[in-house]
Write a protein that binds this ligand. Sequence first.
Ligand SMILES: Nc1ncnc2c1ncn2[C@@H]1O[C@H](COP(=O)(O)OP(=O)(O)O)[C@@H](O)[C@H]1O
Ligand SMILES: [Mg+2]
Length: 649
Amino acid sequence: MFEWYPLLIVGAIVGLFSAIIFVAYLTIKDDQAGIGFDRHMSDREIIRRLLGYAKPHWKTFLVLLLIMILSIAYDVLSPIIVGDIEEILSAEAGFTMTALYSRVAVFGGILAVSVACLYLEMVILQRVGQKILSKLREDTFVHIESLSHAQLNSIPVGKLVTRVTNDTDAISRLFTNILVNLIKNFFVIIGVTVAMFVVNVQLALMVLGFSPFIVLFSFVFRKFSRRAYRRVKDGTTDINTFLSEHLSGMKIIQIFNREERKREEFNEKNRRLWRARRDEIRVFAVFRPLVYMLYIASVLCLLYLGARGYIKETTFLGQTITGGTIASFYLFIGTFFNPIQSLAEQFNRLQSAFASAEKILTIFSMEPEIVDEPDAIEPEHIRGEIEFRDVWFSYVPDEWVLQGVSFHINAGETVAFVGATGSGKTTILSLLCRNYDIQKGEILLDGVNIRRYRISCLRRHMGQMLQDVFIFSGTIRSNLVLREESFTDEQVMEACRYVNADSFIGKLKHGLDEEVRERGNNFSAGQRQLLSFARTVLHRPEIMILDEATANIDTETEQLIQNSLEKMMTIGTMLVVAHRLSTIRGADRIIVLSKGKIEEQGTHEELLAQKGRYYVLYQQTLKREENRKKLSFDQADLPEKQTEGEFGI
Ligand SMILES: Nc1ncnc2c1ncn2[C@@H]1O[C@H](COP(=O)(O)OP(=O)(O)O)[C@@H](O)[C@H]1O
Ligand SMILES: [Mg+2]
């Protein structure tokens, strides 16, 4: 009996820790939300759809599997060889250098094969992983491109960026890192277990006797680490959201002297993330030593039981315990515990990768709302005759923004839309290009419903100049040609000359190759406007759509804009949401909107004679423009004050 005391002591210590941990496990409430447990797609569904991406590479993965099995040879075989060497060294008789050399050579060979396999594994995995990643990114981007404006409005831009970058990355890591490690660890555990039984059944059973404890510890660890992991994730998202919003609003923060307050807010979030990280590390700091304790305990048991078996020359199932057996098992225990620990630690990563996968798959399952009809037409030329027939439209169900709007525009005609802010002017323009589909009525282009046209064709024939000009980072040329390479410099400059943009481009050091910063913020509002005109004119659309900018522009550029507008009106049909009197007067016809309905329409003179709403709007705008002219200084960058009832935004 006395001889079992050492084992009892080891057992008592392990039991005590297990009991403490088990109690902690029972008292803590599980919190599965947030890191992928609140999913609505099942694991199997996600894996099935992700495998679609791995499928084209199945041969590579097969090769990988073989390499992987080879690479674990070291983990499984090296303890046996070391045991063998130990035998040779301690053999009382018959020790030969050749025997030793041959063992060492085999050991070295296996090691070399393993290292080579590991290298190949890395290289192949990274290559296939990057391929999958770039395909995923491409698919996500292409899919986002196909979504309608309404669908795009429903997802914040920041989230879309995360989908294309972080989430795709998480998925590719799932393939290259997590899944591969899971499979590999699984193989190692199986391999080592088999090897242990081959070497000595008794000692193998002893080592396996520790597995229930490992399972228990892993379970508890998973519960704790999940909580910590979730808080880290929340904290990170929180900081990212804060940053993306506040970095773009930094100028406003500075203008309103809010730096101090915002710094406080940021620090608070930063501290929260720091605390969450610290807690996460603590969980690991408890788990790892516990597994280590199990490792030590099993080594102690091995040494004790092994030594006893060795001295007493116990034979079990024909196997005796030798010095070599003990040496082998000492190494086996290490290779057995490692993969189990990393399996437990990878669990959260797996869950979070699944969560990322689901987010992307959800985007993929958003069907594009505005699509071509199967037999959509694609005429080479259009005349540019437009008709709205009793058009009803709402962004939000039952909140009608347009209520029975009807009008007809002849090919080549210029029509100005005026009306107070929110009356639906911008909406009319974006319906024409099918950025949204209408609910009731018809929109006709050359007498054919616009739904019958291929969307790309529709948009090719229409040049849209939006209110806030969007300028991409790149060069002036890249912003004008928009990836279409077929334009010559001469054509580009001709378009610039046409819209009077040539004078300021000519003054730039690099001309068309001048660098444009993000959103074109190294150019003035007026210059950006001219660039957008040039962009449109260059692509020669039959229909021009202009939402006139309301930003105040210096008088000189204003003249240029006015002049180019007059020229553009002669190119084809033009629909313009107008704020300047000069633009309005230049139009062939004016449509006055009020609360989503057409109130009046006619020429400038006709409408003035009617003395209706247009007359009032006109008087107010006239007064405003005169006031502005009276001011002798240039107020180019001051935001214009909007007064109710003018030709609104
Ligand atoms: N994307 C949108 N989602 C929901 N409502 C919108 C959206 N865009 C515009 N609206 C609403 O539609 C109405 C008309 O807007 P808009 O056509 O932009 O007016 P205008 O250009 O005449 O100032 C406004 O009441 C506005 O709040
Ligand atoms: Mg508008």
